[in-house]
Every structure is written in structure tokens, then in C-alpha cells.
Design a binder for this molecule. Sequence first.
Ligand SMILES: Nc1ncnc2c1ncn2[C@@H]1O[C@H](COP(=O)(O)OP(=O)(O)OP(=O)(O)O)[C@@H](O)[C@H]1O
Length: 336
Amino acid sequence: MSVIETNGLTKRYPRVTALDGLTIDIQPGVTGLVGANGAGKSTLIKILLGLAPATEGTASVLGLDSAAEGETIRAQVGYMPEHDCLPPDVSATEFVVHMACMSGLPRTAARERTADTLRHVGLYEERYRPMGGYSTGMKQRVKLAQALVHDPKLVLLDEPTNGLDPAGRDEMLGLIRRIHSDFGISVLVTSHLLRELERTSEHIVVIDGGRLLRSQTTASFVEATASLAIEVTDSDAHPDGTAALRAALAEVGVETVTTPGRQIHLEITDEGVYDTVRDAVVELGLGLVRMERGRHEIAEVFQSRGSVGGAGGGADGGVDRAGDQAADVSNAEVTR
Ligand SMILES: Nc1ncnc2c1ncn2[C@@H]1O[C@H](COP(=O)(O)OP(=O)(O)OP(=O)(O)O)[C@@H](O)[C@H]1O
């Protein structure tokens, strides 16, 4: 059974279309929902939980209608919101016990579950101190614990790695993987960083401007978005070897993407592209410093979305938003 299904889901605010005819079908397991800021991820989660009405279309979670059965959904689903929502003068233990009781657990069971869950997310002695003094990483763990404490069938995690340093991100991603592998709970996790979702999720859904861009298994996604990174030397005949190679590849119909670090990236559409690059480098008399298979960054996924137009302002608006976001993950610039 699908854990989440939407059909033609649309959400219009007075000035913005946050979701635009979104149709997705998410199966049990860990699914990554990736999109730039403003792509519509939080809006989707709020509609799924029955916290905001859709303008058009339908949504269901665990087979329950989001519009009519929000309360039942929220009893069976855990939700980790994106923003800081923790009362500063309350301890993690008091807060999570309170949330467990709100979910319907008796007080004794709530205390036991809270102790187990806080231990699971890696909060020990600190759990008795007021949360106002917690680091971002500790706060994110408390937010995760309150989403898990009532033993949900599904958790919706909105940007759980936001504000964390690389080590904190890795720890959080490890915890997310274990939610499914240790407890069998399905996970929908959002991020604007494709890389971290690739490592965590079995399935990836990409949205932009409230529209579906891609929905596929992570393995096929990574395969479909494989790219080749090339770096060449300059020569007397070609003082800018990178530009010369780009021009030569363009002549034989190979599209390239360049980065400020003199790397040329191109999509591996078929394995013959390796020979094409080698021949072009030899022909120009350049030295080949690097030719390695890499992966596309999110900016490139947005830029190559081709058949799918942007919502609320057209395709250009969508690319611009993705472009802003891309500063986080890539400095790629498309040259066609
Ligand atoms: N209550 C609201 N009223 C008006 N516009 C809204 C409201 N909530 C969201 N929006 C707009 O809808 C669009 C989608 O926002 P949403 O928060 O769902 O995106 P997101 O992908 O979660 O991004 P972020 O990670 O930045 O929150 C944005 O343009 C946002 O400004």
C-alpha cells in the first residue's frame, strides 16, 4: 500500500502557487523529497497532515484522506517541523513526555517511551536541562524524538539537517536511516541538498515550483544523472585549453557545463562519450589532468528539467530559484 498519494494537488496563495497539480505515489521505506527553497515541500507536508486545505486535488496518507481525516493521520504520523519550535525554559524530557501524552499515551508509558526515544536519538544527561541552552544539533534531536515518541507508522521530517555542521548532518542522516532499518517506520525526509538524500533514501522525489520533476529509485536517479568531470592543461597553441575543449565538444554536439574551478562537466548519455572526449583532447594536443565519473548536483537537475515548465512565473522563475539555492551545493553554470 502507498504511504502517501496525491492527485493533482494544488495550493494557491494570493500571490504564489505553492503546489501546482502535484501527483505522487510514495511507497513504504525512506523517500527523499528534494527541492529548492520555496519549491513547496513544507506546504505539501502541511496538506498531508490536514493542517492546511488544498485548493484543488486530493491527498491521502496511510490510506486516509488528508482533507477529512487529518486528526487520525496525525495520531499515526510523526512530524518534525523545519523551524525552531521548542520552548526554551522546558527540558527535553518534559517536552517529549508532554508531546507523547498529547498523542494519547498514558503518563507512565509516555515517560518510558520518552526515555527510550531520547536515548535513541543520542540525548543523555542533557535531557534534564532547559532546551534554551541546547545547540542546534541537540534541538534537532529533540524535534526528531517528539516525532517518534508515539511509535508512528510514518514520519515526515522537514529539513532535519538544517543548520547542522557536516558531522552533525552525518549523525542525523544515520539516525534517519535507522528509523526505518531498526523500527520499520517509513520516512519522508525533505532537503534542498540532493547529495544527502541520495545517501539516505531508497526513492527520490524532486519538485520545483510546486510541480513534479522526477520520482524514481535512488539507484536509477544516480545512474540517470551520472556526469563526467574533465580537466585539461593549456598549451602554446591553446592558451585556454578548457575553452578550446568546450568548443571542440560543442562542435561534435556534446553539451557541457563548466565550473569556476576549470572543470568541464557533461552528461554521460552513452559510454561512447569517453572516446569522444579522448579524441578531442588528443586532436587539440592538450594534457588530460582528470576524467572521472561524478554525479549531478541539484542545480543541474533543475536546469535540465526540460519538458517540465516552472510554476508561478514560468520556467525562468524556477531556474532562478534553483540557481540561488545552488550556491549551497554547486557553482555550476550551464553553457549551451
Ligand atoms: N502561508 C503562506 N502564505 C503565502 N505564501 C506562502 C505561505 N506558505 C508558503 N508560501 C509560499 O509558497 C511557496 C512554497 O513554500 P514552502 O514553504 O512550501 O516551500 P519549501 O519548499 O518548504 O521551502 P522552504 O524550505 O524555504 O520552506 C513559497 O513561495 C512560499 O513563499
